[in-house]
Design a protein around this ligand. Structure first.
Ligand code: GTP
Ligand code: MG
Length: 150
């Protein structure tokens, strides 16, 4: 079963949207297997978003993501990496479809609510950056026959 790294950014927590955002993943049938509220250090933020280090918005991005607590998560489910990206919506919330998380809750690229891994390679790297193996919980969902055919 695939795992994705998902992180609610500081605006989500400060706007008291954590429960609503988390509910979307639960209602979809995905499984939350790790959750951690934390303040990200500038070093961790720079490593997490390392691919963007040459971009003009990089310093603003690091400042935003380290400005207050975030909620880091590992979410599990069949093909969940691409599914969660669809649920999150486009990077610029003005372009994100209504019905997506960014489309429904955000207006500005620099305050876009949530991060989600964009590939299996990113997911593996990001999960290892934020979680130890022992922090990821392996538990069964009694309704899995209602979510999956097999
Ligand atoms: P993440 O899931 O957070 O990685 O977003 P993404 O994959 O949809 O977009 P991308 O990886 O290209 O950019 C990472 C983050 O940088 C975005 O989510 C934004 O928070 C921020 N970002 C991207 N482009 C801009 C920009 O043009 N201006 C500003 N201020 N921030 C940007
Ligand atoms: Mg990205």
């Amino acid at each position: 079963m695939e795992k994705s790294f998902v992180m609610m950014k500081p605006d989500t927590i400060q706007r008291r949207l954590m429960g609503k955002v988390l509910s979307r993943f639960e209602e979809k049938g995905l499984q939350i297997v790790a959750v951690k509220m934390m303040h990200i250090s500038p070093g961790l933020a720079q490593e997490h978003y390392g691919e963007h280090c040459e971009r003009p918005f990089f310093n603003d991005l690091v400042e935003y993501i380290t400005s207050s607590a975030v909620l880091a998560m590992v979410i599990q489910g069949d093909d969940c990496i691409s599914m969660i990206r669809k649920m999150v919506g486009a990077t610029n919330p003005k372009e994100a479809d209504l019905g997506t998380i960014r489309g429904d809750y955000a207006l500005d690229t620099g305050r876009n609510i949530i991060h989600a891994s964009d590939s299996p390679q990113s997911a593996e790297r990001e999960i290892a950056l934020f979680f130890q193996d022992s922090e990821i919980c392996d538990y069964s969902m009694p309704d899995s026959d209602l979510i999956y055919e097999e």
